[in-house]
Design a protein around this ligand. Structure first.
Ligand code: GLN
Ligand code: ZN
Length: 765
């Protein structure tokens, strides 16, 4: 029975990769230094897994930015607008790669970045490949080969991991009409064949093809393409063992086609979908020779594995198929969990004993194998694990009767505003007296090193709480003055006091805990540190009233209160797996509702409840969507509906395709919704238009992920597009998202242009 790891976090302990990348982009270190830092992380990861005793150690799971972008470079899927960079001898392969991710603005060249979107139902973002009719591919970046060789040179045999051709194509986008991206498969496969051949010559024994599209609904055409592709690929090198990796859900209705594919190993996510083992047992797979990789360790969450439960599944499988046909694995790549629990010194001991990060999950893999094979310490390993699991089930720090009761008595009325939108809109317009096309921002302003330093100094005790607050007050006032100077209509306080939009609230809620170094990659060099929601949620005190009231007291303009919505709190935390997510969402909703009411009481007239994560919470299979959306929308409404008609509720959502959830977005009934649309040239707005979305809406007019400053004309063009389809009285003007990742100079310039674009538009109306 072999152990099989699908992928390891690439950011390095202490976010080494982030630091190197950002230093390189700031031109503080050379490209060589960056590549050395990256190599160091890879070697450490491999060594750690080798030392632990993992049999199948992944390579090419590392990436300088994103694995989809890696694939674009590997197969030379480089959008036409970047071609001037290929021809430019001064631009290296790495710089071309970063330009595709982040845009390029130098000299006469001004190239927009590629689009980014969420990786299935995670908070990891990938770069969306762009496809053209008759597109040709060739084997350009040899990263996969180089990393395999690099490991081999270090004495470590690895299993190269590659994104499968079907997922690569399906998760991309056609950039012109008249073809379907799957039509490109025949042009693409030769590159995959070449890769297989080269790896074969180098002596690779396994290759893992990631095809997580198999966790979604696929059409017959897509399944046929899948079959054809892998028959062709298998024929190239019949001796390499091909592993099919699907995760985050079961193979579902794709299973019968999948099991006929010429793979040697099929990986199952048994955490999300334990019942699929039974499904497979019920097929004639028993007669085939292929192996099963049993994903029993949760690669998406930080809880210690329940060994007894895992062993049951493993034994069941080995009874049917025999030990030699079974591999033990995490459910998916460990990319989605933090690196190492050993680095945590401040977590409560009881809680820490319930947790497991990437390094510990690798150890769990080995433990499970030991228990199954009944080696030496097997019994004591199992006992220790049982004790930890039991202590979590019975702990009084988790279970609070008052919270459970309040959730039990939620009624329909708690989810409804006093009046419908039309009445509310009239009251709000009369009260606020805002100009046509009001301008606003999404909440955060640049979290400069100075601001972050304050927090670090507070933590270290260098600054007192009073000094810290004074410094933040100064930053807040400065941002307010700036917004007034820029002539923005509805102001924000800037969120300087927040390290992160979820962590900030979690820190003030009972039932949440925080790691010190539990970073997980979000996109590129950006990492998030998801809080750990381990127990029943209680809000003991107001969380944002002080800062919001302070900010409002500094200006005559309207100041928005800024909150994070219940679904985003849920989605961006590591949440408990001992009760349904819905129950946890209701607990969070009640806590946010109390906060909304406290803000209203303090005189705040506009309150934004951010829900950027609603869409990413969608189950991967459509048949499960409505059940989820119903409770997700309900949670938002519980949070939003306690206020009077005159109080304006905003919500904000980013990275969303709204087409198939527009009815539910409308059901949320926020007075104003701001959304991300600029990178898609307002394409994302279409859903709202087709649906005749009734409430007010602010389609983002500029991309905040890139340092690029858009011109007034560019934003005007986007706004005119929006105005062609949205009634003027419903249109707001704002950036795509919060500005915390940006610098001040580019932010000022971009906002100045944005306000100017708004004013020009007002004159035309
Ligand atoms: N209010 C948050 C901010 O501006 C929203 C962030 C988000 O949508 N991801 O930072
Ligand atoms: Zn956003």
């Amino acid at each position: 029975m072999l152990t099989n790891n699908l992928g390891y976090p690439r950011i390095g302990d202490n976010r080494a990769l982030k630091k190197a990348l950002e230093a390189y982009w700031r031109k503080e270190i050379s490209q060589k230094d960056l590549l050395i830092a990256a190599q160091k992380i890879r070697l450490q990861n491999w060594q750690l897994q080798k030392d632990a005793g993992v049999d199948l150690i992944p390579s090419n799971d590392f990436s300088l930015y994103d694995q989809m972008l890696d694939m674009c470079l590997t197969v030379s899927a480089i959008p036409k607008r970047f071609h001037p960079l290929i021809e430019n001898k001064e631009v290296s392969e790495a710089d071309l790669y970063f330009a595709m991710a982040r845009g390029f603005q130098e000299g006469v060249l001004d190239i927009t970045a590629m689009e980014m979107t969420k990786w299935l139902d995670t908070n990891y973002h990938y770069i969306v490949p762009e496809f053209y009719a008759y597109q040709q591919f060739n084997f350009l970046s040899h990263k996969i080969i180089n990393e395999y060789k690099e490991a081999k040179n270090a004495g470590i045999e690895t299993k190269p991991v590659i994104l499968g051709p079907i997922t690569f194509l399906l998760f991309g986008k056609e950039k012109e009409s008249g073809f379907h991206r799957l039509d490109l498969l025949k042009n693409l496969l030769p590159v995959y064949k070449e890769i297989l051949q080269q790896l074969n010559e180098l002596g690779a024994q396994y290759i893992q093809f990631d095809e997580p599209c198999l966790a979604t609904n696929l059409s017959n055409t897509e399944l046929t393409a899948l079959t054809a592709a892998y028959q062709e690929l298998k024929a190239v090198c019949p001796n390499i063992q091909l592993i099919l990796a699907n995760y985050f859900d079961c193979y579902g209705e794709n299973l019968s086609v999948v099991l006929k594919l010429p793979f040697d190993v099929f990986h199952l996510d048994l955490v999300r979908c334990p019942s699929q083992l039974e499904d497979i047992i019920n097929t004639n797979f028993t007669h085939s020779k292929a192996k099963l990789s049993l994903g029993v360790i949760d690669g998406r969450n930080i809880w210690k594995n329940d060994y007894e439960k895992s062993i049951q599944l493993i034994k069941k499988a080995s009874n049917y198929f025999g030990d030699e046909r079974i591999m033990i694995a995490p459910s998916c790549s460990l990319l989605h969990v933090p690196c190492n629990l050993d680095n945590e010194n401040k977590l409560d001991g009881e809680l820490k004993n319930w947790l497991s990060f990437a390094k510990q999950k690798i150890a769990e893999l080995i433990d499970l194998k030991k228990i199954i094979q009944n080696e030496g310490e097997a019994a004591s390993i199992l006992d220790k694990n049982k004790a930890a699991i039991h202590s979590r089930k019975s702990s009084s720090s988790i279970h609070k009767e008052t919270v459970k009761t309040r959730v039990a008595i939620i009624t329909e009325k708690d989810t409804q505003r006093e009046s419908g939108f039309v009445t509310r809109q009239a009251k709000q317009k009369a009260l606020f007296n805002l100009p046509l096309f009001p301008t606003t921002t999404i909440g955060s302003f640049p979290q400069t090193t100075d601001v972050r330093k304050l927090r670090a100094q507070l933590k270290k005790g260098i600054l007192s709480k009073t000094e810290y607050n004074q410094a933040l007050e100064a930053a807040t006032v400065e941002s307010i003055r700036l917004q007034e100077e820029l002539d923005i209509d509805v102001l924000v306080h800037g969120e300087f006091e927040r390290n992160d939009m979820v962590e900030y609230f979690g820190e003030q809620l009972k039932g949440y805990a925080f790691s010190e170094l539990g970073w997980v990659q979000s996109y590129g060099s950006r990492c998030v540190k998801p809080p750990i929601l381990f127990g029943d949620i209680e809000r003991e005190n107001a969380m944002t009233v002080d800062w919001t009231s302070f900010a409002q007291s500094q200006t005559n303009r309207l100041m928005k209160g800024m909150l994070t919505g219940p679904i985003t709190m849920l989605q961006w935390s590591f949440v408990r797996d001992d009760q349904p997510r819905e129950t946890t969402a209701m607990q969070l909703a009640l806590a946010i509702r109390d906060e909304v009411l406290d803000l209203e009481k303090a005189g705040i007239k506009i309150i934004q409840i951010d829900e950027p994560a609603i869409r990413e919470g969608l189950p991967l299979r459509k048949e499960e969507w409505q059940a989820y959306l119903q409770w997700a929308v309900k949670a938002f409404k519980i949070a939003a509906s306690g206020v009077k008609d005159e109080t304006q509720i905003h919500t904000h959502m980013c990275y969303s395709e709204f087409n198939d959830i527009i009815q539910n977005v409308a059901d949320m009934d926020a007075d104003v919704i701001t959304i991300e649309t600029s990178r898609s040239q307002m394409e994302l707005l279409e859903a709202f238009v087709q649906f005749n979305y009734p409430n007010e809406i602010g389609p983002g007019v500029y991309d905040i992920h890139s340092p690029r400053v858009p011109s007034i004309e560019e934003m005007e063009t986007l706004l005119e597009k929006a105005l062609a389809v949205i009634p003027a009285e419903n249109l707001w003007i704002n950036p795509d998202c919060g500005l915390k990742t940006r610098n001040w100079p580019e932010t000022k310039q971009a906002l100045e242009n944005m306000v100017e674009a708004a004013k020009k538009l007002r004159i035309k109306e």
